[in-house]
Design a binder for this molecule. Structure first.
Ligand code: 13P
Length: 250
């Protein structure tokens, strides 16, 4: 039996409301569930017109519910606008906006309190991989990012492993490298939360996913889906990704 591959698009800081709705209107109807993290400005309008197989998410929230945080957006606000999930701890937020594991953990807790599902992104830099620190770095991001979560809360969380060196570079991890690292992650989850939690946890893969590499990557036993950036911006390339992952309805 072929497994159900979860496909999530992260549009990052791309698309106006018109561009976003145009993209959604071009999605083929014969696909199983897909998720798109749209810019917050487009959430509400996209949610009004979205087909049932599409789930919408936000790309970030603040850890506080409201208050003097100019330019920030709360979990309640994105939920109100139509988000069902939120991406947290993306490497662009960690590296460009200096987000720490502690801050990411606060956001995770706030998202769960607001009934938003969480996609927690983790990943090592090139330097860290070269220095053989990958497991150590991922363990820290994972355990600190999900600090104090109970088993019930954990059910609302997925992990996205995105090696920083693979994001936007065109140099995806090889399928073997992805499987090895996802296997390590599954074992870390088992170590902390037990066998059942580790089996149930969705571990997505991200970083230069394209129509050409998705089938091999998602055929790996511990790769449960993908988080797609650049290749999810064009409707026909994204449709090809869905097709090649086997997510079109037969
Ligand atoms: P790319 O697919 O453009 O490498 O981006 C990956 C990513 O950061 C998704 O969150």
């Amino acid at each position: 039996m072929s497994k159900e591959v979860r496909i999530v698009a992260n549009w990052k800081m791309n698309k106006t409301i018109e561009e976003a709705t145009d993209f959604i209107s071009k999605l083929p109807e014969d696909i199983k569930v897909v998720s798109i993290a749209v810019p917050s400005t487009a959430l509400y309008t996209c949610a009004q017109m979205k087909p049932p197989m599409l789930s919408l998410g936000a790309q970030n929230i603040h850890s506080e519910t409201h208050g003097p945080f100019t330019g920030e957006i709360s979990a309640d606000m994105v939920k109100d606008a139509g988000a069902e999930f939120v991406i947290l701890g993306h490497s662009e937020r960690r590296h460009t906006f200096n987000e720490t594991n502690e801050f990411v953990n606060k956001k995770v807790k706030q998202a769960l309190l607001t009934d938003l599902q969480v996609i927690l992104c983790i990943g090592e830099t090139h330097t860290e991989r070269d220095a053989e620190q990958t497991t150590e770095v991922l363990k820290k991001q994972l355990f600190e990012g999900l600090f104090e979560l109970n088993m019930e809360q954990l059910k609302q969380v997925s992990i996205a492993y995105e090696p920083v060196w693979a994001i936007g570079t065109g140099q995806a991890a090889t399928a073997q490298m992805a499987q090895e690292t996802h296997f390590i992650l599954r074992n870390l989850i088992k170590e902390k939360w037990g066998e059942l939690a580790s089996e149930k946890m969705f571990i997505l893969h991200g970083g230069s996913i394209k129509p050409e590499n998705i089938a091999e990557l998602t055929s790996q036993p511990d790769v449960d889906g993908v988080l797609v950036g650049g290749a999810a911006l064009d409707p026909s390339t994204f449709s090809q990704i869905i097709q090649n992952a086997g997510n079109a309805k037969k």
